[in-house]
Design a protein around this ligand. Structure first.
Ligand code: RIB
Ligand code: CA
Length: 323
């Protein structure tokens, strides 16, 4: 289990929300809580303003139900480095969190910009693991503005990209990379060890009705909220699009890895990002067979133990308060 300090960078979005619910879950079975120092927010699934509100909502729900408390939340970049913002309300709903009753959270938004917070925390801490699950604009901006922090980032654990699964926003690009390919290019070129959960693995770990029924059967306030979200339009979108019986919970792979890395199989690769082509912008070109002499600095997840993955998710959710 991960014990290093963590910064989650996200664009909530239902799957970001589930990843946060897992990451913020109370200690259980002798397993400590994760050491989350900050939640930073970027635009992506919806606008920055709605994503930051959604992050604060999820943090409040988790804290009120026995999860980690008082984790500072920072808003970051409202648009990609060069392209106009593309959002995904058709997937996540107009508020970015289909299935959850929207409220104005008491959890405050910090005044400090997310990029400044990332730079400050990287400089203050001996080391830090960054866990981005949205477009990589905040991360890339921090690395560009303060190159010295790269040596303090011991691992980047990110959801994004695709090799075998091609794309989910265009025929050849995954959403997070597509939205800001210039940021992704900076991140993938950075001299930082990366662990990547692309569509190649997130399209394996598909949540089924049987898993949702198990979550519902927990009969806790948080499991009830999660059940409604998992039975919303979000769950139907991917099933209809890809013709699958289940729904990918993309970002939850990052949280699961932090608790149980052994659930995943990886391949060491190098990755390049297409930034210009109107057809293949955001494509991740993964050197899977050693066709180049580029440094293989990326662990690319290629498989996951589905049963154990969802047992872990349900175990995290079951750790929240019963009343
Ligand atoms: O392509 C899936 C990714 O894009 C997920 O992180 C989802 O939340 C959206 O950000
Ligand atoms: Ca996301």
């Amino acid at each position: 289990m991960e014990t290093r300090p963590l910064i989650f960078d996200c664009d909530p979005g239902q799957d970001d929300a589930i990843s946060l619910m897992m990451a913020l879950s109370p200690p259980r079975d002798g397993q400590a809580a994760l050491d989350i120092r900050a939640i930073t927010v970027t635009a992506g699934n919806t606008t920055l303003n709605k994503c930051q509100r959604n992050a604060r909502m999820i943090a409040q729900i988790c804290a009120q139900n026995g999860g980690s408390k008082n984790i500072p939340i920072f808003a970051g970049c409202a648009s990609p480095l060069h392209y106009p913002l593309a959002t995904a309300e058709e997937v996540h709903g107009i508020e970015g969190l289909d299935g959850i009753e929207i409220f104005e959270p008491d959890v405050p938004l910090q005044d400090e910009h997310a990029v400044d917070a990332i730079i400050r925390l990287c400089r203050e801490l001996d080391e830090v693991v960054l866990v981005p699950t949205g477009p990589l604009t905040n991360i890339a901006t921090a690395l560009t503005r303060a190159p010295d922090i790269a040596s303090k980032i011991s691992e980047l654990v990110l959801m994004g990209g695709a090799r075998r699964e091609a794309g989910n926003i265009t025929p050849s690009a995954e959403f997070n990379i597509y939205v800001d390919p210039h940021a992704a290019e900076i991140v993938f070129n950075a001299n930082i060890p990366k662990t990547v959960f692309s569509l190649d693995v997130t399209h394996i770990a598909l949540i089924q009705d049987s898993h949702v029924n198990r979550i519902e059967a927990l009969q806790t306030p948080l499991s009830g909220i999660l059940t409604k979200m998992l039975r919303s339009g979000y769950a139907e979108y991917d099933r209809a699009k890809f013709g699958t019986s289940g729904t990918p919970i993309h970002d939850a792979c990052t949280a699961a890895y932090l608790f149980r890395p052994e659930l995943f199989d990886f391949r060491k690769v190098s990755v390049q990002v297409e930034t210009q082509s109107p057809i293949s912008r955001g494509h991740t070109s993964v050197d899977f067979w050693g066709m180049t002499d580029r440094q293989k600095d990326t662990h690319w997840a290629i498989d996951v133990d589905q049963a154990e993955f969802f047992d872990l998710m349900i175990k995290c959710i079951s750790a929240y308060a019963k009343t």
